[in-house]
Design a protein around this ligand. Structure first.
Ligand code: ATP
Ligand code: MG
Length: 424
């Protein structure tokens, strides 16, 4: 057996305790924010049948063609995939449990997603999303609500420099007309196209517009625009979304080349982008997907959703110099001697009864070395117990920021600590 240190899978990160504080804080802010719009939590498995993603996301997309972690269950031969995104699973769960039977649904989920991409800053093979889906709503009001929600979250988080890009993908008929024009256009320029684009020319030409290859950008910029094909209903829907955003003072830029990397979108699509994260500048993206519920086997139902990339958002906050939340320990219990040790654990439990956050020193050592640990723990108060204190049913309380050490009875301890903590 090799005794080389084992490493995590490339592109899959550990989030260490120092950083996890920021994650926990973020998750709390996000939960409050979602509550305030009436979105309810749903939790789906990390693994789904491969066919779900093929059907939902589209066979000719980056995700399905080259980014999915798919495998065969060696015990029963099932074809399975680690979820690359949450919308397909969410819709599957909603249909399986008949949640759309008599009420539209506002739902959200958070957690890991998996895509086999080239790892780089802001692009990982395991990453986290907060996903938000509204199912059963047809009107532009929900599109606007979701975009306004995002704007509110950025404000709550104190995020700067994110801008909104907006587009509409229209309805299927307009997309068909656009597709024909795209094929005709790209067929005239095959010599300028990369292999991906050539392969997609006749299967999914809209995807060519989603290419990240810099050499393709000039060609893409001149391609026929979907906006020119749209019908009045889709245009009115889009205008209503824009009007609400404007009324709320949310600025946006119309980007006709915003097509999104997944096939299921129609009408409104949007991305929140920043220029501060290099090439991985999209922190949040989504849109309407009115066809997906039916595509996954349900009765047709309109829907709109978005997902944000948590790693990118937190990177942006850190770039802003966002300070990590303070360590949570309030009290560190230092003790020496057999009698004192027994009392220490009793006293620690007693303080936890009063909801104090308490670390009891374990592993012995001199008072001095224990006090060093107390200091490093970030605790605001040390409770010091020697055998003489223990014998008298008392403990010493020492504020870590300096100040008088005082001796109190065990009965007075909780109140004394609370006073110390309040004072600071
Ligand atoms: P990109 O164009 O950057 O590949 P995408 O269009 O594939 O993004 P979506 O499927 O819309 O991304 O996912 C929503 C959000 O999740 C993205 O805007 C991004 O913030 C985040 N995200 C997507 N892929 C990754 C990844 N591999 N690593 C980290 N975050 C990601
Ligand atoms: Mg991608």
């Amino acid at each position: 057996m090799s005794n080389e240190t084992l490493q995590a899978v490339r592109g899959m990160n550990d989030i260490l305790p120092d950083e996890a504080g920021l994650w926990l804080w973020f998750e709390e802010v996000v939960r409050d924010w979602l509550d305030s719009y009436g979105y309810r939590n749903i939790r789906m498995p990390l693994v789904e049948p491969t066919s779900l993603f093929k059907r939902a996301i589209g066979e000719v997309t980056d995700i399905v063609e080259k980014e999915m972690y798919s495998f065969e269950d060696s015990l029963n031969g099932d074809q399975l995939t680690l979820r690359p995104e949450g919308t397909a699973s969410c819709v599957r769960a909603v249909l399986q449990h008949n949640l759309l039977y008599n009420a539209p649904q506002r739902l959200y989920y958070t957690g890991q997603m998996f895509r086999h991409e080239r790892p780089q800053k802001g692009r990982y093979r395991q990453f986290h999303q907060v996903g938000v889906e509204a199912l059963g709503f047809a009107g532009p009001d929900i599109d606007a609500e979701q975009i306004l929600m995002c704007a509110r979250l950025w404000k709550k988080l104190g995020l700067r420099d994110v801008t909104l890009q907006l587009n509409t993908l229209g309805d299927p008929a307009a997309r068909l007309r656009h597709r024909a024009k795209l094929i005709a256009y790209f067929e005239q320029h095959v010599s300028l196209m990369d292999d991906d684009a050539k392969r997609r020319l006749n299967t999914n030409p809209l995807r060519i517009l989603d290419s990240k290859n810099p050499a393709m950008q000039a060609l893409i910029a001149d391609a026929p625009k979907l906006l020119d094909e749209l019908e009045s209903e889709a245009l009115e829907h889009f205008a209503a979304v824009q009007a609400t955003l404007t009324a709320h003072g949310v600025g946006f830029e119309i980007n006709p080349r915003l097509v999104r990397g997944l096939d299921y979108y129609n009408r409104t699509v949007f991305e929140w982008v920043t220029t501060r994260l290099g090439a991985q500048g999209t922190i949040c993206a989504g849109g309407r997907y009115d066809g997906l519920v039916e595509q996954i086997g349900g009765k047709p139902a309109p829907a709109m959703g978005f997902a944000m990339g948590v790693e990118r958002l937190l990177a942006l906050l850190q770039d802003d110099g966002m300070a990590l939340p303070k360590p949570a320990v309030e009290v560190y219990v230092v003790h020496q001697g057999a009698l004192a040790s027994r009392m220490a654990s009793r006293v620690a439990e007693q303080m936890r009864d009063a909801d104090l956050r308490v670390v009891m020193h374990c592993g012995g050592g001199s008072f001095k070395s224990q006090m060093k640990k107390a200091d490093a723990s970030g605790a605001r108060v040390a409770v010091v117990i020697g055998d003489d204190e223990a014998q008298a049913g008392q403990v010493s309380v020492k504020p870590m920021q300096g100040g008088e050490q005082i001796r109190v009875s065990v009965e007075q301890l909780n109140a004394t600590i609370q006073q110390f903590i309040k004072q600071e």
